[in-house]
Design a protein around this ligand. Sequence first.
Ligand SMILES: Cc1cc2nc3c(=O)[nH]c(=O)nc-3n(C[C@H](O)[C@H](O)[C@H](O)COP(=O)(O)OP(=O)(O)OC[C@H]3O[C@@H](n4cnc5c(N)ncnc54)[C@H](O)[C@@H]3O)c2cc1C
Length: 485
Amino acid sequence: MESAISELKGLLGEQGWVAGTDMASYSIDWRATYSGVPLLVTRPANVAEVVAIVNICRRAGIAIVSQGGNTGLSGGAAPYTDRPNIIVSTTRMRAILDVSPDSFSITAEAGVTIQEIQEAAMAVDREFGVDWGARGTATVGGAVSTDAGGINVLRSGTMRDQVLGLEVVLPDGQVWDGLRSLRKDASGYGLKHLFVGAEGTLGLVTKVVLKLEPLRSERQSFLAAIADFDRVPELYSLAQAHFQQSLAAFELIPELGIRLVCKKYPSVSRPMSTIANWYVLGQLAANGPLVEPMGEFLTSAAELGLISDGVVAQTGAQEANLWSLRDELPPDRVFDQIGVKFDIAVPTSQVPAYHREIVALASRLDPDLIVYAFGHLGDGNLHLYMMLDPDTNTQPASDLASVGTAMDPEPMNTVLKQAIVDGVDACTWKFGGTISAEHGVGQELRDRMAGQKSTVELELLAKVKQAIDPDGLFNPNRGAHGSIL
Ligand SMILES: Cc1cc2nc3c(=O)[nH]c(=O)nc-3n(C[C@H](O)[C@H](O)[C@H](O)COP(=O)(O)OP(=O)(O)OC[C@H]3O[C@@H](n4cnc5c(N)ncnc54)[C@H](O)[C@@H]3O)c2cc1C
């Protein structure tokens, strides 16, 4: 083992590895939930170095954890505590290799961030289809490997829909060069899709070819106060009918979130004086005027009793304010606790009924439980949290408007935690949903996949893993197949 580590250090040179206490930031995940102890953090500069790392580790039986920006929310990029392992960080593989406005494609190394892709696309009058709050740190390699989604999925699809080609270093040290920029290729299995959402369990993605879209010159957002949460699917259908391809985002925001964000971040201001339990933040992107269709939509929605008020961002500052509000909603930004986290998706039409059942579940389990939900309403994807309100015993779980401001950490006992997990998972499956909409499986959901997938499906996944990584060295025991291996 020691000789393998010396060999790695010699191979990579001083820039290419990190050891000892300098590994701290690589060894713990974004939420500080998962951590481990790698033998070394390697930082290869190119695919040849990745191949050499894989070969050395394979011979020594050292597990390999791929890591990009380390913003993942399921613990997939954290090192292990129970087996010899190294991290392969892509943070030095940062080149944009080609931007082709005519092919509507961009080719980049795995460590390029989503924001860098967006900026490179804009520079040639194109745009990249997906976006989310961690854009400045999340890498294309990590985003492909988690099949990330974000705020524009209803228009452009997830990362899977952006990937035209990949280059991957396989666990046996071979390189699969699938760096094609074709829109069509019916020549066999869609191998690239195996690596999308694989969370580093099948190979290390070193380069990616991504789709670009025509640049929409106009972009404008609105915030609407929802009059009747049960009729949210009608509101979404109305928005799709009005805006069609111009509708880029349709996000759910709770009043509690607005209150907490505005209190904690004075630079963010409340966009409207009307108070409702829920709001929808919509964004349009097109090459024509947007204000008029947006006004017509808000008027129709109000006439139908779907919204009680609405504002349109009239300036760049107002637009930025609306999206700061959205970006700061995650509980780690506004609470002193996270509670129990879920990233669920159900059919969009089922969101109100699903949420009602979740609130009822919370009330049954403990009257002090708060349900905090926000997210990608147009995709039926809620980021859902259940946490204890330490302030009071008098507030029912459904009464979001009465909850206090930032809360003290309140340790939740493991029995309650387990009951929450079991209850929410069962409810999600009852509604035909998934417990991993866009954050992957990682360590967090591995053991819960048996409730979501049939034995046939889990066995198929395990066979794929076995065929490509028979020694189980790439992110072992993580991902859906890990529940039966
Ligand atoms: C504030 C915030 C907001 C977020 N919002 C969203 C959102 O709206 N939608 C969404 O989908 N996600 C969201 N995320 C989650 C996260 O940004 C995404 O999962 C992102 O794709 C992870 O990219 P990364 O480079 O940080 O990957 P990492 O966290 O480093 O890794 C994630 C997984 O991919 C694997 N991996 C990383 N790089 C490679 C590679 N080159 N080859 C093979 N495997 C690799 C890792 O082993 C791990 O399993 C958010 C995260 C934060 C912190």
